[in-house]
Design a binder for this molecule. Structure first.
Ligand code: GLN
Length: 379
C-alpha cells in the first residue's frame, strides 16, 4: 500500500540490543542511558511546575527562562553570545534537533558528508530530505579525521558536513588542530555544519571540548545541538536544543514548529531552574571519568583490549584476541551466552566495516559495572 521512504532501514541497533538484553536477562551496556536515577531535586522541580499548572503548550522556541539559561551557559563556557529570542530552539530531544536541522539544510540532490562510524540517525534524515550521503571514514583505532580525505570528498554539490564530538560510538574528540583544518576547508564555501555536541560535558583527561560555537568562522554556519538527557541523566525525557545564527534558526524553526511544535513545558521550566546549579554539569567530566576508569581497571585482566576514550560514556573494546566472529554475531553471543549486551559498531558503516570491536556504555552504577566486568573477564 505504501512505498517505503526508507526501504533499507530496520529497527535501530539500540532497540535490537536492548530488547535482546531484556529478553535474555543480560546486563545492558548497549543502548546509552544511565541505570542510576535522576536527581531527586530535578524530579521535584518537574512535579512542582506541573502542580503550579504549567501544563499547556510552551512557546514554539522553548520557554524564555530556559533559553536564557542556555544562552548564559554557552557564553560562560565557550565565550560566545547567542540571542535567546532568535538563536536558540528547545527541541524534543537531540534526535528531533538533528532531524529539523538536516531537513531545513538539505535540498534534493545535495551532498552531505558523514563521518563513519556515523550515528545511526544522520543518514536516514539526509535521505528523507532527498540528499546524498557521502562517507568519510574516521581512522581506526583512534578514530581521527584525515582532513585531506574530507577535502577530496567535497564537491560543488556539498551542502552540509555533520560532525560529532565527543564522538559516538568511538569516544574520540576533535582537537584545536582539527578545528583549524575544518576552518580552512569551509571558509571560502557555503557549506553548512551540523555539530552534534550532545556529550559536550563528558570530556576526559583535562581535554577541552572544542565546541563549534568557539570559532566564529564555524559558528556562523553551524547548527550546534546538545541534549539535556545526557547532561542530567534524563534520556527518557527526550529534550535537547539547537543553537544557530538567526538566519539558520529561522529555517530550523520553520521545520521544528511542524514536527513537534514545542517541547513539554514543566520539564523545560524545571531544567531552567536546575541549570542555575552550574556545579551539576561542571562535575560531569570527573564523574564519568571515574566510571570509565573503574570499568577499565575491572577489565584489565580480561582478553578485551580498550581503545582510547576521551569523551562520551562509551568505551570501545577490541575482541580481536578472542574470536574472528563478526561484531554483530559476537555482540549477540555475548548477550545470550555471557549476559552482557553491547553495540556492534559495524552497523554505523555503510559497508559494514568490522574492526572486531564492541561499544560498551559505562553510564552505570558501580555495581552494574562490577557485575558486567566479572562476566567479561570469564571470556
Ligand atoms: N544515543 C544512544 C546511544 O548511542 C541511543 C539513542 C537511541 O536509542 N536512539 O546508545
Amino acid at each position: 500500500m505504501l512505498t517505503s521512504k526508507l526501504p533499507n532501514v530496520g529497527v535501530t541497533i539500540f532497540t535490537v540490543m536492548s530488547k535482546l538484553a531484556n529478553d535474555t536477562g543480560a546486563i545492558n551496556l548497549s543502548q546509552g542511558f544511565p541505570d542510576f536515577d535522576v536527581s531527586e531535586e530535578l524530579r521535584e522541580l518537574v512535579a512542582k511546575y506541573m502542580a503550579l499548572g504549567h501544563n499547556q503548550y510552551a512557546p514554539m522556541q522553548g520557554v524564555p527562562s530556559l533559553r536564557q539559561r542556555i544562552a548564559e551557559k554557552t557564553k560562560e563556557l565557550y565565550g560566545v553570545s547567542y540571542d535567546p529570542e532568535t538563536e536558540i530552539t528547545v527541541t524534543c530531544g537531540a534526535t528531533e534537533a538533528i532531524f529539523s536541522a538536516i531537513t531545513c539544510a538539505v535540498n534534493s540532490g545535495d551532498e552531505v558528508i558523514l563521518f563513519e562510524p556515523a550515528y545511526d540517525a544522520y543518514a536516514p534524515d539526509v535521505l528523507l530530505a532527498g540528499g546524498v550521503p557521502v562517507y568519510v571514514r574516521l581512522k581506526y583505532p583512534d578514530y581521527h579525521v584525515e582532513w585531506n580525505e574530507v577535502k577530496d570528498a567535497i564537491t560543488k554539490k556539498t551542502k552540509l558536513l555533520i560532525l560529532n564530538s565527543p564522538h559516538n560510538p568511538s569516544g574520540a574528540i576533535l582537537s584545536a588542530d582539527d578545528m583549524k583544518a575544518l576552518i580552512e576547508l569551509v571558509i571560502d564555501t557555503n557549506i553548512v555544519i551540523i555539530s552534534d555536541e550532545v556529550y559536550e560535558h563528558v570530556v576526559f583527561d583535562g581535554h577541552r571540548h572544542e565546541s563549534m560555537t568557539r570559532y566564529p568562522e564555524l559558528a556562523s554556519r553551524s547548527f550546534v545541538i546538545s541534549s539535556f538527557g545526557k547532561t542530567y541523566h534524563t534520556t527518557g525525557w527526550t529534550m535537547g536544543y539547537c543553537l544557530a545564527p538567526k538566519q539558520l534558526s529561522v529555517e530550523f524553526q520553520r521545520i521544528h514548529q511542524y514536527v513537534t511544535f514545542a517541547a513539554n513545558t514543566p520539564i523545560q521550566l524545571a531544567y531552567a531552574e536546575f541549570m542555575e546549579k552550574k556545579e551539576k554539569y561542571l562535575a560531569l567530566p570527573d564523574f564519568y571519568q571515574g566510571k570509565r576508569d573503574l570499568f577499565l581497571s575491572l577489565i584489565k585482566d580480561s582478553r578485551f583490549i580498550p581503545l582510547p576514550c576521551l569523551g562520551t560514556y562509551f568505551q570501545m573494546l577490541s575482541y580481536a584476541d578472542i574470536t574472528d566472529e563478526k561484531d554483530v554475531d559476537f555482540a549477540k553471543r555475548l548477550t545470550t551466552k555471557y549476559k552482557v549486551a553491547s553495540i556492534p559498531p559495524s552497523v554505523f558503516y555503510i559497508n559494514g566495516d568490522d574492526h572486531k570491536v564492541l561499544r560498551f556504555c559505562f553510564a552505570k552504577k558501580d555495581e552494574t559495572l562490577i557485575q558486567a566486568a566479572e562476566k567479561l573477564c570469564r571470556i
